[in-house]
Every structure is written in C-alpha cells, then in structure tokens.
Design a protein around this ligand. Structure first.
Ligand code: UDP
Ligand code: MG
Length: 311
C-alpha cells in the first residue's frame, strides 16, 4: 500500500508565501515518488488575500485542502484542526513562511520510517534572526517551563515535526483550553527523536509573535503544563511561618525591656511585603481558576467558516 503524508500548515496573512511554500513542498515530493501527500492549509483568520489564493490553489491541485477559521484562533488551534482532518499515516506540521525549510522534510520521513513516532527539529545554537530581547525572553521561557513543568523541553524546540498516525489519534482527543503542542507532544510519550536545525529567514512579511506577547505566552504555557506554581504558596507559607517563629523571642525581649515601640519600619516593611506576596499567590490561584472556568465552558477550539473538505 502506498503511504500518505499529511502536511499541516497554519497560515495567518501569508499571501506572499502560500504559493512559494506550496511549490517548495511539491518539489520535495518529486524526489519522494513512493509517497502520496496532502497539504492542509489552515487559514487562521487572515485578513489579506491568503484565503483567495488557497482556494485558487485547491481548485488547481487536488492534494491541496484548505480550512478557513471564522476568526484568529491561534497557531496551536490551527494545528488541532489539522490533526482532526488529516488522513495520512503520518502528519508533518510546519510554518508557511519558509523558516522551516521544506528540504528538511525528507529527513523527517526517513526517521519516521526508521521507527520513530515523533521526530522534531530544535534550533541549533542561538537564533541568529531574533533580536537580543526576544532571545532573552526565549531563554527565560524555556527556563521557566522546565523549572515549573512536568515535561522537559529542549531549548528552541520548534513546531516542525512529523507525527505518526498513532500519536495523531491521541492528540485528536486532547481538547484543552490552552493548547501548547510543543509541551503536549513531549508529554504524550512514544518514541521521539530531536534533530538540530538552523531556521531560515522568513521569506515575506513579519513574525506575529512579538516579544511583548511572549511573556504572557510563557505564563500561559507553564500553567497549561503543570500545577507546580500552586505549590509555591505552600513552600512560601512554611518558610515565612518558620521565620516568624524566630521573631517571637525578640518580641518578648523588647516587651520586657520596654523598647516595643521602636519597630515602625519593620512593621511597615512586613505589611508591604506580605501584601505583595498575598496578591501574587492569589494571582497564581486565579490563573488556574480562570483556566478551569474556560475549560468548563467546553467551547470548540476553533470554528470553521469554509473549507473544501467533503464537497
Ligand atoms: N500563524 C497562525 N496563527 C497565528 C500566528 C501565526 O496560523 O495566530 C502561522 C503563521 O502564518 C506561520 C506560523 O504560524 O505560518 C508561524 O508564525 P510566525 O512566523 O509569525 O512566528 P515565528 O516564526 O516568529 O515563531
Ligand atoms: Mg516565522
């Protein structure tokens, strides 16, 4: 039986890249004639000509599938739509801006054939295309996630990967409020392999993930991967209770010696410190409560406005 590979590409305002990446993928599969393939573009609420271009591409090439969202749902939700609709024995997820060089697809398929169920690329060395500030945030992000989460992420792990049908079927069942596949795919287990790569420069347009957004991204993703931040409250609680016990002998001593009024500065500092600490812990608890609230609504992770599937 011929094997089929599904390529899943989320696109947001990529009108200048769609046909470039399509042609590049097609070229790669010229050299892999033993495989069938489908290219699933998920239009994540583009406001430029991306959707029109996808429709045109799909009308000319039967292997092109497009799914257009009713608005922007984010890249991971777009990937979820791809997993839910792909039909291949393996799925490859990649960016549409040519940063995930299509030529590297061959190596993914080779390792998948060798028996790995997930093969992903991670950025080798430092990211030469990123600014110093976003490099700093990226480092902090992986540090935070690894310190607080239950799965270890390699620094610079990307969304360029191949996933076996077995794993795709598992991912399809995981409908979480904050999808974060880079962590989730590590979490599901299976036989995984990481390959180093150097990302290319974005072909056209600008990156959507601004440094400003990266920080809230980091917090969100720590929260979606683990409940460890909640235990911070317990550790801090124990630590400060212990400290305050040490304070008792001094309080008694000052009382007995009639110098009890001298403590104004320490009282103010203590109030300010514990006020801040309380708010911080309350905030952490609130974040989890919010997640539970959103999850309890059971809203769909994406809404499709149009597609060429089933017609
Ligand atoms: N993308 C998307 N939805 C979004 C943001 C990005 O589908 O809300 C797509 C985008 O079109 C591209 C890929 O995800 O194909 C990676 O986005 P980008 O290049 O902006 O991110 P970066 O390379 O900086 O991580
Ligand atoms: Mg990019």
């Amino acid at each position: 039986m011929r094997k089929k590979i599904s390529l899943i590409l989320p696109v947001l305002n990529e009108q200048h890249n769609v046909s470039i990446v399509y042609n590049a993928i097609k070229e790669v599969f010229y050299t892999l004639p033993e495989y069938d393939y489908e290219i699933i573009f998920i239009d994540d609420g583009s406001t430029d000509a991306t959707l029109d271009l996808l429709k045109e591409l799909a009308s000319q090439h039967p292997e092109v599938i497009y799914i257009s969202f009713s608005r922007n749902f984010g890249k991971d939700n777009a990937l979820y739509a791809g997993f839910s609709n792909c039909t291949g024995q393996a799925a490859i997820t990649m960016d549409a801006d040519m940063q995930h060089t299509p030529g590297l697809i061959t190596k993914l398929i080779e390792q998948w054939e060798a028996g790995y169920e997930v093969v992903y690329y991670y950025r080798k060395g430092s990211n030469i295309h990123a600014s110093a500030l976003s490099k700093f945030f990226s480092k902090t992000f992986y540090y935070l996630v690894n310190a607080l989460a239950t799965v270890k992420l390699e620094n610079g792990v990307s969304d360029f990967r191949i996933i076996d049908r077995k794993v795709v079927n598992v991912l399809k069942t995981m409908n979480e409020d904050t999808l974060f596949y880079r962590g989730l795919i590590k979490w599901v287990g299976f036989k995984q392999l990481g390959l180093a790569y150097v990302p290319s420069e974005r072909e056209n347009g600008k990156s959507r993930y601004r440094t400003k957004a990266l920080f809230s991204f980091a917090i969100n993703n720590v929260i979606s991967l683990s409940v460890k931040p909640l235990s911070i409250a317990i550790y801090l609680g124990f630590f400060f209770s212990f400290l305050s016990v040490l304070y008792v002998p001094y309080a008694i001593y000052s009382k007995l010696n009639g110098v009890a009024q001298s403590g104004w500065a320490s009282v103010i500092l203590t109030i300010a410190f514990f006020g801040g600490l309380n708010l911080m812990i309350l905030g952490i608890v609130g974040l989890y409560l919010g997640k539970t609230f959103m999850q309890s609504k059971q809203r769909p992770p994406f809404i499709i406005s149009e597609s060429n599937i089933n017609n």
